[in-house]
Design a protein around this ligand. Structure first.
Ligand code: ZN
Ligand code: FE
Length: 258
């Protein structure tokens, strides 16, 4: 899935009922990182199938469906998470903050604060293999619910993610895409990019395939939460004169009721 410039493999690991964890592996150094640990078993099975051993565990945020497997998986691995959430995360070996660059699996990994779903939620961006781990911030055709942050915070976080290179592969935390697709179509029924994407999503789900990861350029064309500043989309929503944040907040509120 990642490009050929870095010796990196990435594996999607379905966990619980609708979560995703991700394994990142450097073929040259043998290092293997896990992003989020919803539960240990499927991750251990995936590691065994590949013959990989964990060297790092990256945590995105404190919700149980992203950290409950950490204690069982952490032996021999560094556990990395947000300094500002250290009080409610498993014990951290490395604490990081927005703007930090750490080496994971031999590649530079940039930390972005993407608060909104929670305050302290971070994303990890690996420019070289063009991967971004966004968990419950930017999701396939959606974004996380606002449990702790404001609409303004989430909109700012999504703009940060939107400004990554458009070939970036978005590795998000849940298989919510079919519901997100129905919601997106309810707002944006004439968007041809969206219509053809939804056909692909329905085919993937019918075949039992994940719809995660997704491509950032496709999210930019089809994800309603990334388009709150698009004048044409604002007009479609009947909000041509509203601020970007107000449009984002309205889309989020409509999704919560959908
Ligand atoms: Zn969450
Ligand atoms: Fe989650």
């Amino acid at each position: 899935m990642p490009n050929d410039f870095a010796p990196i493999d990435m594996v999607v690991v379905p966990c619980l009922s609708d979560n995703y964890a991700f394994l990142v592996h450097n073929r040259d150094t043998g290092e293997t990182a896990l992003v989020d640990a919803p539960e240990a078993k499927p991750i251990q099975a995936a590691l065994k199938a590949k013959g990989w051993t964990l060297t790092d565990i990256l945590i995105t945020h404190h919700h149980g469906d992203h950290i409950d497997g950490v204690s069982e998986l952490r032996e021999g691995a560094r556990v990395i998470g947000a300094a500002r959430d250290a009080h409610r995360l498993p014990p951290l070996d490395v604490q990081v903050a927005d703007g930090d660059v750490i080496e994971i699996c031999g590649v530079d990994t940039h930390v972005l604060d993407v608060s909104g779903h929670t305050i302290g939620h971070i994303a990890y961006h690996m420019p070289e293999p063009e991967l971004a781990f966004t968990a419950d911030s930017l999701m396939a055709l959606g974004c996380g619910r606002l449990f702790e942050g404001t609409a303004a915070q989430m909109w700012e976080s999504l703009q940060k993610l939107r400004s990554l290179p458009e070939d970036t592969i978005i590795c998000s935390g849940h298989e919510y895409t079919e519901t997100n697709a129905r919601f997106a179509l309810s707002l944006d029924a004439d968007n041809n990019d969206l219509i053809s994407r939804v056909e692909g999503i329905e085919a993937a789900r019918a075949a039992g395939r994940p719809t995660v990861p997704s491509a950032l350029d496709e999210e930019m064309r089809t994800n309603p939460f990334l388009r709150a500043d698009d004048p044409a989309f604002k007009a479609v929503l009947g909000m041509a004169d509203s601020t970007d944040v107000d449009v984002f907040a309205e889309i989020r509120a409509r999704k919560d009721k959908f």
